[in-house]
Ligand binder design. Structure first.
Ligand code: SAM
Length: 272
């Protein structure tokens, strides 16, 4: 159905695997807009063909973003309705777009986002991990992972098949005894959730002929003991900057009610 759209930007989510996962409203808006901006015209071209949608396609991706952004803003200012899609899922989520929204805000131009598929949210629901608080960390980097170690929430990471084993091995060194779920191929024929410790999940993947598909890694929240040890370690690091090992052990023992020997061992480990 053709709908009358007011000039502005429409963020339109697309399927992450199953072509039927597109809303009626998304189809209406893609049919009714003036032009569509996408990451890759071949990928979006195929999607549009499936729904018999013919529209001018332009690219907006990380390599041409500043120039494409200006074009989009100009078109909207001239009264055009533009749909923004990514290769899959919700645009802006580990995909380009947020700077465009910032510019629209600043210039007082209209924009809206249609609800729809997002791999992070589906993976969270499939993971069996607590859903009341979660932290989406995007693609994995060990430096960033160390910084979010004590976030009291389920952690969600995007990953590729090529990197997944290396990432799980690196995570094991940082997140130790957390439970991990690798959620693969969401909404596709071979959708699966692989659940266990880091070594169990790694083993389940490495015994395969090949590791294929798109995947999301979900980690359980930290246990209270883990958070407590991390908090003490951070305090020790600070105190060691201006005090001797022996003095830090005494202070930590007093503050946290642990024995001097326990405090000394913790401080010593921190100093190494
Ligand atoms: N914007 C997308 C979204 O809303 O989920 C994410 C784009 S990001 C560039 C691509 C990553 O999303 C993949 O590396 C993978 O981690 C995850 N992903 C996308 N589709 C998936 C699927 N069907 N199953 C599992 N993970 C998927």
């Amino acid at each position: 159905m053709d709908v009358e759209l007011k000039p502005g930007l429409y963020i339109v989510p697309t399927p992450i695997g199953n072509l039927k996962d597109i809303t009626l409203r998304a189809i209406d808006y893609l049919k009714s807009c003036d032009v569509i901006y996408c990451e890759d015209t071949r990928v979006t071209g195929q999607l549009l063909q499936n729904y018999s949608i013919k529209k001018p396609l332009f690219t907006y991706h990380e390599h041409n973003a500043p120039k494409a952004r200006e074009q989009i803003l100009e078109k909207i200012a001239q009264g055009q309705c533009i749909c923004l899609v990514s290769d899959a899922g919700m645009p802006l989520i580990s995909d380009p777009g947020y700077k465009l929204i910032r510019e629209l805000q600043v210039r007082g131009l209209f924009f809206t986002a249609l609800p729809g598929p997002c791999a992070a949210i589906s993976a969270l629901c499939l993971s069996g991990m607590p859903t009341n608080q979660f932290f989406f960390a995007g693609f994995y980097e060990s430096k960033m992972a160390k910084n979010i170690k004590t976030v009291p929430a389920t952690l969600i990471f995007y990953e590729s098949a090529r990197r997944v084993i290396k990432t799980l091995e690196s995570m094991a060194g940082i997140f130790n005894n957390r439970l991990v779920v690798v959620v693969r191929e969401i909404s596709k024929i071979y959708e699966e959730s692989i659940f266990g410790t880091f070594s169990e999940v790694c083993e389940s993947l490495t015994v395969r002929d090949a590791i294929r598909g798109e995947m999301v890694i979900v980690l359980s929240p930290p246990k209270e003991e883990e958070m407590a040890v991390d908090a003490i370690s951070a305090q020790i690091t600070e105190l060691l900057k201006t005090n001797s090992l022996k003095d830090v052990a005494s202070m930590i023992s007093e503050i946290h009610g642990i024995t001097k020997k326990q405090a000394y061992d913790l401080a010593l480990a921190q100093k190494k």
